[in-house]
Design a protein around this ligand. Structure first.
Ligand SMILES: Cc1c2[nH]c(c1CCC(=O)O)Cc1[nH]c(c(CCC(=O)O)c1C)Cc1[nH]c(c(CCC(=O)O)c1C)Cc1[nH]c(c(C)c1CCC(=O)O)C2
Length: 355
């Protein structure tokens, strides 16, 4: 930080001092901040309305639409942070890969990446490739006022899982076959993806994102030794590339109970935890010096308000001794959830943790 720069950097001081940012920095907060993965999306009727007839990837390239969709859950639920509306495959589309997001399926890649020759299709990402992101974040930060905007990207492993499989998978058999069978090709693929991911996160931070989350959603498929050897170097490279900005870096995956320590060590300031590991146990695994984010089972929201409150109290009690806690679900909001249950949950966490 130079002498004439405030610790807030590119963001307003009120954003820098918001409960979400303070919790990420493990500073005292007036209440536990809350946001939800997939808070924007099909659970909201206002989302379904503005998305009608617009394909998912196209919606990500329209700055006004991105701005509206990103703001919807902030207006409705009063969450403590916005997450930029996009998808993990947007930077891959932006460098020219032939892929699409199929409704009810997820990302589908026309020609999977399987050989060394295929790597040539992964060129570097430049800010011009995603100028709509810079434009949308400019619009958004003006509208959001003090509410921080979280930028995000898919982590190299999770991106590779789609690229090598050609679409969603339960077993990741092609990706893991490459990882085990051709470790050099695998390492080069993840290194390419790390550069693309880092470039994409930099664009978002330079445009005004206050924090970033690296989604390694499917990395829980790996044993710790394989994570350390075959994935961690690429994720370290991503986190190192954005370390200089001083914005909080969040790292999340599903089924990562055995990987929490390594995922923190990869360079995260905040480790996201799914619902399988209680937060006090997660804190023991992660070790000191990191905040935690999580971790109510998203399906609890299908139960009664009373049950939601009991389960939320259990999460908050487990988080009581943490250095910093950002309340979230253990994974994304499900499309069929009643959005009023989310609004009530935000209020409940705020009231219950007010100090
Ligand atoms: C694995 C992954 C993907 N995309 C993402 C991840 C990591 C997060 C996670 O673990 O859930 C990240 C993502 N995708 C989307 C967001 C929006 C921001 C937010 O969280 O509010 C975020 C953070 C929008 C989206 N991304 C997608 C939708 C649904 C498409 C639609 O609304 O038409 C949304 C709102 C499509 C998508 N894209 C992907 C999947 C599995 C799907 C769902 C397919 C389906 O059920 O239709 C890949």
């Amino acid at each position: 930080m130079s002498a004439n720069e405030s610790p807030a950097g590119r963001q307003p001081t009120a954003t820098y001092d918001s409960p979400f940012m303070k919790a990420c920095r493990r500073e005292p907060v007036p209440h536990t901040p809350v946001w939800f993965m997939r808070q924007a999306g099909r659970s909201l009727p206002e989302y379904r309305k503005v998305r009608a007839g617009v394909p998912m990837l196209e919606s990500c390239m329209r700055p006004e639409l991105v701005t509206e969709i990103t703001l919807q859950p902030v207006r409705r639920h009063g969450v403590d942070a916005a997450i930029y509306f996009s998808d993990i495959v947007v930077p891959l589309k932006a460098i020219g890969l032939d892929l699409d997001i199929k409704p009810g399926v997820g990302p589908v890649v026309e020609e999977p990446i399987r050989t060394r020759a295929d790597l040539a299709r992964l060129r570097d990402l430049t800010p011009e490739d995603v100028s709509y992101v810079t434009e949308a974040i400019g619009l958004l930060t003006r509208e959001l006022g003090p509410t921080p905007l979280i930028g995000f990207a898919g982590a190299p492993f999770t991106l590779a899982s789609y690229l090598v499989e050609g679409g969603p998978s339960r077993t990741y058999e092609n990706a893991k076959a490459m990882m085990y069978g051709d470790p050099e090709l695998w390492a080069d693929l993840l290194d390419r993806l790390a550069d693309i991911t880092a470039a994409f996160l930099k664009v978002q931070i330079e445009a005004g994102a206050s924090a970033v989350q690296l989604f390694d959603s499917w990395v829980g498929a790996l044993a710790p030794a394989d994570y350390r050897r075959s994935v961690m170097p690429a994720s370290v490279k991503v986190f190192e590339a954005v370390a200089g900005y001083g914005v909080p870096r969040i790292h999340f995956g599903v089924g990562t109970g055995e990987l929490l320590k390594l995922m923190g060590d990869a360079g995260a300031d905040v480790v996201g935890v799914d619902w399988r590991v209680p937060l006090d146990e997660a804190a023991r695994r992660v070790g000191p010096g990191k905040a935690l984010q999580g971790n109510l089972d998203p399906t609890v929201l299908f139960a009664s308000t009373e049950v939601v409150e009991t389960r939320t109290r259990e999460v908050l009690d487990a988080a009581a001794g943490l250095e910093g806690h950002v309340f979230n679900l253990g994974h994304g909001v499900m499309p069929s959830i009643d959005p009023d249950a989310l609004t009530r949950l935000v209020d409940y966490v705020h009231t219950r943790t007010a100090r």
